[in-house]
Design a protein around this ligand. Structure first.
Ligand SMILES: Nc1ncnc2c1ncn2[C@@H]1O[C@H](COP(=O)(O)OP(=O)(O)OP(=O)(O)O)[C@@H](O)[C@H]1O
Ligand SMILES: [Mg+2]
Length: 412
């Protein structure tokens, strides 16, 4: 710049410059975009105070009716980058927060980009699993959930680059947990993922998880001798176990074709959908085959239940519900002395069992979402039946479950 040239004038405009949003969501135009996110307090009636993990970037939550969104302010360009990554991961069927859009804003502090995601309802940040004693039963599942999430990402050729407890949200899933990726900033969606990157992700995971747990030790939420590093190493072991289950090559004889069905069923039971099975004749051995399976996602029962009933629930919840549908199908078949289709059984289950029960369960004051509460009821029924040495039935279990929760009994 020459000494007498005028400095470039700053744009007088403050607020939202551009936004790119997916359809079906609010336009967010009424938000005080001219202010940095952390100054919205007192200027935005939509702000919601919700628990969240530690982060370098400012994050706020805003509510539009019953739906809440997370807004994260980042350097220019970064929000669009993360938005595209989250979208690509969702297209691969991965459990990630839903990307809604991104915006470019101009505030007193300069230009920024803002990532908008849908708030993951009922999600639990990891520290609440350790700080709230009512959630302690879920803790051990955290290890499987995180290992499972990494396996799913890697199967879809996604390198996370920042796997940590802070960057993961947990949803209750039939007494277990499903982990969701919340921070994709460092991720790479690739066409293939070699062992080097997988190991790098696992190394980062171990370091970050141990760090996150040591934070809780420092806060006094966990005892001073808590084995943070052992726990992190345990996640890696669980990852290795699951990874070898999905990626191993089986050897079979030509007359052992039933093993193909067995392998697919075993993977389905773990929730994995199998996209393709490939068989190759082993070198020089006419009678030997190598079996490889290509796993597409870990939503086998979710998809099945959704196609049968339209319900959207987590994988383990769906597994239990599909089992119920199958049991009902067998009962109906016996009653009617003929076979009943799976869709007919699913319809009967939804209308006569699930919907009325969830309606009755709504009398319970709880933050637990309906599908999880329904699964808790199934577990209660199982305990009662074990004790009675016979199937006590859903109605009796519901009455007892409601009574235990201080609600006057109702009938299904
Ligand atoms: N869609 C969402 N639903 C629920 N919680 C969310 C959502 N988006 C963000 N959060 C909360 O905000 C926190 C911070 O978000 P995020 O990890 O993306 O920020 P960050 O600044 O990129 O983090 P880092 O410091 O790891 O780079 C998360 O740990 C999570 O608790
Ligand atoms: Mg983060």
């Amino acid at each position: 710049m020459s000494p007498d040239s005028k400095p470039e004038s700053k744009p007088a405009f403050k607020g939202l410059s551009t936004s790119q949003l997916r359809p079906g969501f609010p336009d967010f135009l009424d938000l005080p975009w001219h202010l940095p996110l952390l100054q919205w307090e007192g200027h935005c009636a939509r702000l919601e105070a919700l628990p969240r993990g530690e982060s370098r970037h400012p994050v706020v939550f805003v509510a539009y009716g019953p739906v809440t969104f997370a807004l994260k302010a980042m350097a220019p360009g970064q929000a669009e980058h993360e938005y595209l990554l989250l979208k690509a991961m969702a297209e691969r069927g991965l459990p990630v927060v839903t990307a809604v859009g991104h915006a470019v804003v101009e505030t007193d502090e300069g230009e920024a980009s803002v990532l908008i995601t849908r708030y993951l309802e009922h999600s639990l940040p990891y520290h609440s699993l350790f700080l709230q004693s009512s959630l302690s039963r879920y803790r051990e599942h955290l290890l499987d959930a995180l290992a499972g999430l990494l396996v799913q990402l890697h199967l879809s050729h996604v390198y996370w680059g920042d796997c940590s407890l802070f960057n993961t949200l947990f949803l209750r899933d039939a007494g277990t947990l499903q982990a969701y990726l919340v921070d994709a900033e460092t991720s790479q969606v690739l066409s293939s993922l070699g062992p080097g990157l997988r190991q790098a992700d696992l190394d980062l995971m171990e370091e970050n998880v141990a760090g996150g747990l040591l934070d809780l030790v420092a806060m006094g939420a966990l005892p001073a001798d808590f084995p943070a590093f052992d726990l992190a190493a345990d996640i890696r072991r669980r990852y290795d176990g699951l990874w070898s289950e999905v990626s191993r090559v089986d050897h079979l004889r030509a007359d052992e074709r039933f093993k193909i069905t067995e392998r697919v069923r075993a993977l389905n039971a773990l929730g994995f959908s199998v996209g393709e099975v490939s068989l190759t004749r082993s070198d020089g051995e006419l009678d030997r085959l190598e079996l490889r399976v290509a796993v597409t996602d870990r939503s086998f029962h979710r998809r099945l239940l959704h196609s049968l009933t339209g319900l959207e629930v987590q994988e383990q919840q769906a597994l239990q519900m599909v089992n119920e549908v199958n049991e009902l199908r067998a009962d109906l078949g016996r009653e009617k002395h003929r076979s009943v289709s799976l869709s007919a059984a699913a319809y009967a289950w939804l209308e006569e069992r699930y919907k009325p029960t969830v309606k009755a369960l709504a009398a319970i004051q709880t933050e637990v979402e309906p599908a999880e509460l329904y699964c808790q009821l199934l577990e209660h029924k199982w305990y009662l039946s074990e004790a009675a040495q016979r199937d006590v039935g859903l109605e009796a279990a519901l009455t007892s479950f409601l009574t235990n929760h201080g609600v006057a009994p109702a009938t299904v």
